[in-house]
Design a binder for this molecule. Sequence first.
Ligand code: NAD
Length: 291
Amino acid sequence: MQILDGQMASQAIRDALKMEVAQLIAEGKKIPHLAAVLVGNHGASETYVGAKVKACAEIGYRSTLIRFEEDISENKLLNEIENLNNDPGVDGILVQLPLPKQVSDEKVINAIQVSKDVDGFHPISIGRMVQGQPSFIPATPHGIMLLLEHYKIDTRGMHAVVIGRSNIVGRPISILLSSNSQPGNCTVTICHSHTHNLKEICLQADLIVAALGKPEFLRADMVKEGVIIIDVGITRVPDPSKKSGFAIKGDVKFDEVSPKCSYITPVPRGVGPMTIAALMKNTLKACQENN
Ligand code: NAD
């Protein structure tokens, strides 16, 4: 069993990006600038945005964190997005989800200019991705593909089972794994909360992407020997022994499942850091294409 170390792979990508920034500076070109929008005070969202802003600083990008109160109106947020769209200094716009209930995620995502859509959630970005055209690929699925690439895992012909069909993880990763690319060229089964016989389907999988948000859901009796496991889940579960009061759990019961795997991502230090690396790559791409 080999651990797919997302922290290490992410660092390698961020180091390469750091060198690209040094090159941009040497050539007197524009430095990438990411604008991150955070609404409210959710602990997990704060952590994710904080990590993204920190990664920008480490690589040498500019970043601006724009914070709004939980009770912001949809119109005000849409106006702010419009301002960022029109700001030539800003290359990438990221709106941390989820948004409060009075604001439509869909309207906000659709308002982001496609050329600045570094999260890759805009319907035009998704459409381009589905057709295999150049586009921004959503950061988490992009990060998973980069991780498979980093470890030179040949996924050709594999049966990949994706558990979860969200627009940000399950659905896009199922499209990427099925595309004519390396990594890719898998035969993909996408499962969700209405899937019958999930265990039987998982037992046929060469590669499983677990993205359902149910801590330690995938157990040893659901996977075959030699399987590759990508655990996307991040759930905070109460743990009085921790200073924070919670522990982070993936969707896979790691201790039980890992002995059966050829490769497995841990949680933390797996898909999470790769998501950040992918976002950073998308931000550089936006800067290069917009300038
Ligand atoms: P979501 O709630 O939008 O989607 C969950 C999906 O799982 C749904 O499609 C649902 O049909 C499916 N599902 C739920 N219960 C199921 C069951 N019993 N059997 C089969 N399918 C089931 O979640 P999401 O936004 O896609 O996130 C999934 C998990 O990944 C969460 O834990 C989230 O925190 C985590 N996440 C991690 C990263 C990262 O960077 N590592 C990024 C995004 C999301």
